[in-house]
Design a protein around this ligand. Sequence first.
Ligand SMILES: Nc1ncnc2c1ncn2[C@@H]1O[C@H](COP(=O)(O)OP(=O)(O)O)[C@@H](O)[C@H]1O
Ligand SMILES: [Mg+2]
Length: 295
Amino acid sequence: MTAALSVQGLQVAIVTGATSTNVLRGVNIALQPGEVRGLVGESGAGKSMLGRAVLGLLPANATITAGTILFEGRDLVAMPEPERRRLLGRRIALIPQDPMTSLNPVKCVGAQIAIVLRHHLALSRREALQRAAELLAEVAIREPRRVLDLYPHEISGGMRQRVLIAMAFACDPSLVIADEPTTALDVTVQRQVLQLVERLRQRHGATILFVTHDLGVVAKLCRTMTVLHAGRVLEEGETANVLAKPRHPYTRALLAATPRADRPAEALRPVPAALIDGLWAEAYRLDRLSAMATS
Ligand SMILES: Nc1ncnc2c1ncn2[C@@H]1O[C@H](COP(=O)(O)OP(=O)(O)O)[C@@H](O)[C@H]1O
Ligand SMILES: [Mg+2]
């Protein structure tokens, strides 16, 4: 079976002035069709960079310096730009982290969903608005016809996130990258959004890369998980196995640092500084090796 997504040896560097800093250091990750993969790691690990590299949405100062990104067997890195842009939003979609800044504040909700539908599916204005209303109903928004005419600031944060989810699933994508889609929401809304993503996955059969720093979310939603640190994959496997028997010391430390309902707060242990220092030393050693290999 062809992997839905297969990232091999992906290296991404950020260039500021004369210095180049690696943020992804040879990442390998493969998702089978329909798989929901949790991507975890502390802030700065490179989770968003990985997602953005797949989406072709890296910041202007970031470049892919090595590796391939195969989407259903086709290399997104080598693909001509127009072809890649046709995939984005249609076959590969993003659920972004921040529902407020990801929506256009001066366009009403319906118009924003309709743009996506008209662009990719060549629907008429009428058809697009009709479909937009159906999509809003699908993400459990009541009175979808009325909501179409509202502006982002006129709806709640949870509803804005639902609108973004509706947009992500609008063209029936086969791969969805969700970059911390619940981080900005309160706990109750978070839970609703997670249920919604799971329902949509079942209905659309999409493969999902779910970026989060919340191991609780991974335990609930993701069959498999990958642990990223300093742009390197440290561990991956079936979520149940990784959580029950973490092999990498960093994964064990992350688990010990995670609050759990069945454990008193005093039992929490921060990730030891010496462990982090050791991981960074290894990351810099890899940087020197790859610099030697390319010079
Ligand atoms: N636009 C940017 N310009 C320069 N450096 C960035 C930019 N975005 C992220 N970085 C750096 O890239 C690294 C990985 O960041 P990111 O992928 O956002 O981490 P995560 O999503 O895991 O928190 C970090 O060291 C961060 O400081
Ligand atoms: Mg991020």
